[in-house]
Design a binder for this molecule. Sequence first.
Ligand code: HEM
Ligand code: HEM
Ligand SMILES: [Fe+2]
Length: 468
Amino acid sequence: MSAVTQGQPKLYESQKLARWYFIVAIALFGAQLLFGLIAAYQQINPRFLLDVAPFMTNRTLHVNAMVVWLLVGMVGGVYWFLPKETGREVVGITLAKIVWWVLVAGVAVLVGIYLFVQYGPGKMTTLWFIMEGREYLEAPRWVDIAIVVWVAVFLFNVIATVLASRRITGILTVLIFDLVALGALYTAGMHYQLNLTMDQFLWWWVVHLWVEATWEVLVGVLMAWSLMYLLGVSRRLVETWLFIEVALVFGTGILGLGHHYFWIGTPEYWLGLGGFFSSLEPLPLVAMVVHSVYDAGAHRLGTVNKPAMFWLIAQAFGNFIGAGVWGFMQTLPQINMFSHGTQLAAAHGHLAFFGAYVATVLLLVYIAFQNLRVPVQVPLDSRLWKWAAALLILGIVGISAAFTLSGFTQTLIERAVGGSTWAAFIQGYTHPWYANTLGWRYFFGWVMLTGYVLLVIDLASIGKKRTA
Ligand code: HEM
Ligand code: HEM
Ligand SMILES: [Fe+2]
């Protein structure tokens, strides 16, 4: 009998905290989509809301909301599974709750600052209190510090709980090392440098090493727990795979960082190093697909949580296609020389973040919500989750296809044919293959938003009437 067929378990405090993590994550997902839609519309009609919130403000909110909600969702997943893994309440849970609500208040203040203050003079006070101005890490220094404190408390929760339970598993070992790296790497973004090359050099430590190393490993941990929970896969099997995947992720991803060092003024050897190691980065993603499909097949998809199972498989393929294929496509220096900084990067960014991390968080949310409201033996299924999933996926595929086409046009017309002149830049941006895609990504944004509304309705109605 698999673990899922046991009776309704009593919730730990840590799992009650996880519920708040998931609620806030899903709310911020909605905010991300709204700001993305406004940004997409402003690319068609730049005058729209120009004096209130220009494109760059909405874009900043769009990507910052994304980073925050995805990380919050994944940390929520750990708070959900940790007491199950260790068989006890999480140590320091009161501290965790306090830090969490401080963080939520901080994020609310930050959104206010982004929306109503927006910019400041080029002084240290701006950097400390308004924004730092580097994509993804725009958050001012006080928020940086809050984020590091949050990760530190989280790490403390994990280590103290493991020590108190006197039992350490392979999954927990990986988790602890990964959280140390995740917290420490964030501080690399706090070394503000006057030299632009040095500044970019360190900035990428956070941006690349987070999403292509520490976040991927965190996903590996959460996926291992989810596979055990959903399918009753044996611990020995998931841990063996986890170790292989972690070795491959770090083995390729750390020097794969070089694919961002090609054109920022670093020594030439980064062309070879970055090209070589980053082109191996899809390997662990292939391993993850094989792992989940093998487990799902061996257990004949026998699960009591259909939507979670769906997002688990979607994650495996989405991660591989969005990060592996769309990343690989532009990672060799010979190609990147022409495609760098075009909207091919945005196409890859959308597909990869969705496939790797949105799918992971939705998987975790469905696992948690079933346990919150429905006796565990009752299967979770509905028509609504399928519509929500279909529209969300159709939306992101449509948006990414539109970005791919516009990026291709830029690469071809502005770079390869036009030789990167100013005239070629204008030609690229006004070409119909580029101009028409602006409408398409706006349209598919609405498709995605519809999927999101259905997702929220589905989540809210779990356990209300339709789960019998
Ligand atoms: C889940 C994992 C990944 C995520 C979330 C992700 C996300 C992103 C994002 C958002 C950017 C744009 C950065 C910017 O604003 O400049 C980017 C750039 C890039 N990514 Fe990824 N990525 C992932 C994995 C990969 C992998 C595995 C590869 C290679 C096989 C790759 C190759 C690249 C390259 C070459 C660029 C730079 C494109 C350019 O020069 O314009 N990425 N990635
Ligand atoms: C309503 C749906 C969405 C719309 C309309 C939308 C639209 C946009 C637009 C217009 C940009 C700015 C592109 C530029 O600078 O030219 C952008 C950037 C970005 N969006 Fe979205 N987006 C949506 C959903 C998402 C989702 C679900 C994710 C990931 C989970 C995402 C991740 C990103 C990332 C990473 C960037 C920065 C890309 C880069 O720097 O290359 N977006 N989005
Ligand atoms: Fe990268």
